[in-house]
Design a protein around this ligand. Structure first.
Ligand code: AMP
Length: 436
């Protein structure tokens, strides 16, 4: 029979790498707490309409990357429904915001999430079909201050603080404004007109985008298309005074707190719901084509697109898989080895009759805060030593004599020292060994 493997584009995460994943999650949680974000967990699948309306029918995500299925009705009371594995989490958060009337408080809602997302993309390093995002949203009725450029700058400053706390230094923040919902159609018309005479010389993807989603032409990475793209109208020239002032105030607030950024006029990003500020944190080394670590922006019309009240907001999603890659690249040997830390002690029962007592001893030592590996009385002494040496800094032998006398033999693997230690002093002794 053929062996089964993880599905293409998905993967297993194993220790010690998973230590790095949880380290990143813990650091993110700590930073989010300082800015008073609360955690939200939305379902992994939603009504397909949520993404079709929220993210946009013409986007790559909705038009070709979603995992969608018809969920059959199981009972008379249930309707068949088209469901989709979430390709991103902002639409789900905004749905929840509407469904639970979170805007009724009149206060800004600050919510973060951590979890898997699903897109049927062509897998490669840093791009998976199940990938993980750590994201956050700041959303509320306009009266809560949710439209203020200060919110944008605060979110960006928080991300800089998070990357800093993670020890990731080699990043660059790109920001742009894609304008309000009045500016954008104006620009798209100009863009369409400018594309008409030249699009025939561009790549097939651009030819398609020019029809379906012209803004995405600006995202094209094909080298031959770049000189044409440079000649296209710039979005800045289509922004009204309000959008320009908003963008300038975001920049001024970033300047005030020393967060460096670059205004990238071609940054439009792949989701239709963005208005005004859009941004990306890119990593300059090692990630190749998949160099975007974080993407985000403002989505002032999203709530209304999915049937909710006016609720303006801004959010971002960090690609956790890519953050792990970037973090791994910059990680020192020392930090990696701390993830692979040995247990403090290996408890080795001598003979199966001692197994139960060994479990009780291991339990006591663990209660004392030590990290303990428990061997097995069926092992020969030599095998216990060999196994203990692989897993722990020290070994404690528990045979009939030790159980009767309460005096245990402890061997420190790093020095080779062997000592007799009283049961009452064992935890303290082991702690002193693991400090050295
Ligand atoms: P988006 O939701 O498209 O704005 O993407 C936000 C971030 O999620 C990107 O900057 C990436 O770091 C990450 N990301 C998006 N798609 C994938 C994928 N297929 N595999 C891994 N990471 C991804």
């Amino acid at each position: 029979m053929s062996t089964l493997k993880a599905v293409r584009g998905t993967r297993d995460l194993l220790p010690p790498e998973t230590e790095l994943w949880s380290h990143i999650e813990t650091t993110a949680r700590n930073i989010f707490a300082r800015y008073r974000f609360g955690e939200i967990r939305t379902p992994i699948f939603e009504d397909t309409q949520l993404f079709a309306r929220g993210v946009g029918e013409e986007t790559d995500i909705v038009s070709k990357e979603m995992y969608t299925w018809e969920d059959r009705a199981r009972a008379q009371s249930e309707k068949a429904q088209s469901l989709t594995l979430r390709p991103e989490n902002t639409a789900g958060v905004v749905r929840a915001y509407i469904e639970h009337g979170l805007g009724d408080t009149g206060l800004l809602q600050k919510l973060f999430y951590i979890g898997p997302q699903f897109r049927r993309e062509r897998p490669q390093k840093g791009r998976y079909r199940q990938f993980f995002q750590i994201g956050a949203e700041v959303i509320g009725p306009p009266s809560s201050g949710s439209e203020s450029p200060l919110r944008d700058a605060e979110v960006l400053e928080m991300l800089a603080a998070l990357l800093d706390a993670l020890g990731i230094r080699d990043w660059k923040l790109l920001i742009n404004s894609v304008g309000s919902k009045e500016d954008r159609p104006r620009y798209i018309e100009l863009l369409k007109a400018a594309l008409k005479p030249v699009v025939g010389q561009m790549c097939v993807d651009c030819q398609r985008r020019a029809e379906t989603n012209p803004l995405r032409v600006l995202d094209c990475k094909v080298p031959e298309d770049q000189s044409i793209i440079e000649t296209l109208p710039k979005i800045w020239d289509s922004l009204d005074a309000g959008s320009r002032a908003h963008f300038e105030q975001v920049c001024a607030a970033l300047d005030a707190c020393g967060v460096s950024y670059e205004h990238d006029q071609r940054l439009v990003r792949g989701l239709d719901y963005y208005t005004r500020t859009t941004f990306e944190f890119v990593h300059r080394i090692g990630l190749g084509a998949q160099n975007a670590l974080i993407g985000g922006g403002r989505y002032d019309g999203l709530s209304e697109l999915i049937g909710g009240p006016k609720a303006t907001g801004i959010g971002f999603a960090i690609g956790q898989d890519r953050l792990v890659l970037a973090r791994g690249l910059e990680l020192s040997e020392e930090t990696w080895s701390s993830f692979e830390r040995l247990a403090d002690v290996y408890v080795a029962p001598i003979g199966e009759a001692l197994n139960a007592k060994a479990l009780a001893l291991a339990r006591d030592l663990r209660r004392d805060g030590l990290r303990v590996e428990l061997g097995d009385g069926s092992f020969k002494l030599k095998k216990s030593f060999e196994t203990g040496n692989k897993l722990a800094g020290a070994i404690v032998l528990l045979g009939e004599d030790e159980a009767a006398s309460g005096i245990l033999t402890v061997k420190n693997f790093s020095t080779g020292d062997q000592q007799k230690i009283r049961r009452e002093q064992l935890a303290e002794h082991l702690r002193s060994l693991s400090r050295t």
